[in-house]
Design a protein around this ligand. Structure first.
Ligand SMILES: C[S@@+](CC[C@H](N)C(=O)[O-])C[C@H]1O[C@@H](n2cnc3c(N)ncnc32)[C@H](O)[C@@H]1O
Length: 280
């Protein structure tokens, strides 16, 4: 074991309390007004002040995160990740810095950093447990606990924001984007995992989905509905159920039915939307 202090990739970060730039000072990040944030030994920084937290442990539970990691690492959603990488590749001027907001356990974030090794990649999530798990993926990534509605990132610092099955905070994403920068958003379509939802819900199509039109900070430049199928065995299906919010709503008798399934073909359907920062 060494006690050497690791460099934390903090360029572009600002203090969530006063907005001053954050610089590394030993094992902490410090702003000009002496607000200090410890760099956790796992390689992330908690930049979510208590006043921005709306619950004690916001976000997915550790059990949901472990299921998400096991499922995603098997590559079932690699086509989605590749779609987003292509969209990032198409950003005029390239991607020198980006933020993956609502990064979860970091599967997509780590994939983006691998494809864009020169880019400064920030992975942000409101869940400390998620960011702690994510930090084990790639130590070059700037992993932070933060809320999407108040990102501790300088104005205009990033070329891209990704929001993978997470939330779109238009005004805030537009603030941290440079002019011409883009948001790549992935959201579930109405038929996403329809075969699983038919087991769980009585009225599946009542949950009709479509991305909301942007309110003015971002301009939509493309939105496509993509679809593919995957066949899962029982273990994979249980992980899938556990990693989604459906796990919180499924009735015990339906959970038992799902747990008895050996193999199921499922539809994966998602909107891939590209939005550009609107000119001021
Ligand atoms: C459905 S998960 C998606 C995780 C990851 N992007 C993926 O696709 O595997 C949504 C994530 O958004 C995070 N989240 C929810 N509200 C948030 C907020 N206000 N700010 C930042 N992250 C948030 C959750 O903790 C969770 O990790």
């Amino acid at each position: 074991m060494t006690n050497s202090i690791r460099q934390f990739p903090c360029e572009g970060l600002i203090c969530p309390i006063c907005g001053e730039p954050l610089l590394q000072n030993g094992g902490s990040l410090l702003c000009g007004r002496n607000h200090s944030y410890d760099i956790a030994r796992q390689g992330y920084v908690n930049l979510l002040p208590v006043q921005q937290k709306h619950s004690l442990a916001p976000g997915d539970t550790p059990e949901m995160l472990a299921a998400r990691r096991a499922f995603l690492d098997e590559g079932h959603y690699s086509a989605i990740r590749n779609d987003v990488i292509r969209a990032l590749d198409g950003i005029p001027g390239g991607v020198k810095a980006m933020a993956d907001v609502g990064c979860g356990e970091g599967y997509y974030t780590a994939g983006f950093q691998r494809i864009f090794p020169q880019a400064r990649v920030i992975g942000a999530d409101i869940s400390k447990a998620a960011v702690r798990m994510a930090a084990s993926c790639d130590r070059n990534i700037c992993w932070i606990t933060a809320t999407a509605s108040r990102l501790p990132v300088k104005d205009g610092f990033v070329d891209a924001v990704t929001a993978m099955f997470s939330l779109l905070c238009e005004e805030e994403f537009s603030r941290i984007l440079r002019p011409g920068g883009r948001v790549i958003e992935v959201t579930a379509g109405t038929r996403h995992l329809i075969e699983l939802k038919r087991i769980i819900y009585d009225d599946v199509f009542a949950q009709h989905k479509c991305p909301k039109a942007p309110a003015g900070f971002l301009r939509e430049i493309g939105c496509e509905l993509r679809r593919f199928t995957m066949t899962l065995d029982g273990r994979q299906l249980r992980n899938l159920l556990l990693m989604t919010p459906h796990t919180l709503r499924v009735r015990p008798e339906n959970r038992a039915r799902i747990e008895g399934i050996d193999s199921l073909e499922l539809t994966v359907e998602y909107f891939l939307r590209v939005l550009e920062r609107a000119e001021n």
